[in-house]
Design a protein around this ligand. Sequence first.
Ligand SMILES: Cc1ncc(COP(=O)(O)O)c(C=O)c1O
Length: 383
Amino acid sequence: MSVYLDHNATTPIDDRVLAAMFPYLKGSYGNPSSRHRLGRESQLALQRAREQVATLVGVTPAQVVFTSGGTEANNLALKGMMAAAGAGATVMVSAVEHPSVLQAAYALHSVGHPLAVVDVDENGVVDVAAFEQALIESRASLVSVMLANNETGAVQDIAPMSKMAKRCGAAMHTDAVQALGKIAVDFTSLGVAAMSLSAHKIYGPKGVGALIVEKGLALQPLLQGGGHEAGLRAGTENVAAIVGFGAAAELMLSGLERQSGHLRSLRQHAEKALLAIPEVTIFSQHVERLPNTIFFAVKGIEGATLLMNLDRDGIAVSSGSACGTSDGEPSHVLRAMGVDIELAHGAVRISFGQGNTIEEIDQLMISLQREIENLLKLNSAWA
Ligand SMILES: Cc1ncc(COP(=O)(O)O)c(C=O)c1O
């Protein structure tokens, strides 16, 4: 029996989401910009999805700009807002951002925008006082700090940071891709100017997301063309995927509270067993975290080896972020937290989802205990 515990990488599509999408892949294939009946049908479907996504995060439909996912939403926010801010404007990001924010910030830096990077503490949390100091010193025009980290699950205190940003005349963006569907995400109470979302983290399809923007935000599009998405993202809309995003958002609206409780109880169960294993470190354990995430390491064990052994046992976990695992480098998030490089190499992420059961967690723990014991034995045989 296989056990999927990598929901921060992606989630399985919900059957109800798939059913909602299906008509727009086959019968209702009209281009939403067409004036005929088929086109109008697609346009109506887009409008409904826009309302569903808007409702989930507490905004009006006009504030939703559909994109091809979280990566594009982050690029649009950073590059689009900086283009509007003008040449020489400074961008500031936290050290633990997703590569789609960090790389966009480096790209901006390479074309002449000064870049400031705010550090995090040993728990992966941005210190609000350090944030304020960096903001004042850098005179940033745009700041991007993620709502929840994809690796540790650590949740940042965005609202006071966005207030400070506003006071200093900077626009604030938050990447809420991992937070959505795991904790409540309300655009207005976060107080940000822009926020990125992605459908495939909430049991929707891959390749669709959104940038939520405050009214009147100065933003230049990355893609120019037919004026779609109020001129902010040209290209014929991926109607079926957007419909799927809308359906997933609506399901999340009613199911969030129940789901967070379920995820939290799975994590408690797993962490109790995990902490009984000697030499286990759980990162960001003592700060507010996403209810579904455990990022841990065992001293002396390679995360990639543990991952492969668990995979052989039919259990899917991740070593750090799915986007950064091919280069063999330890997680930049753990490095920013000051974690020892050897321990950082051991990092494994378990991320639960709505379909997981206590029995699956028990299966994971049996496997994990056995694999860790074997690897430690092997280590001492080599020593
Ligand atoms: C925090 C965060 N931001 C952005 C992304 C990118 O989203 P997408 O896969 O939709 O491009 C991810 C994906 O893992 C993520 O975890």
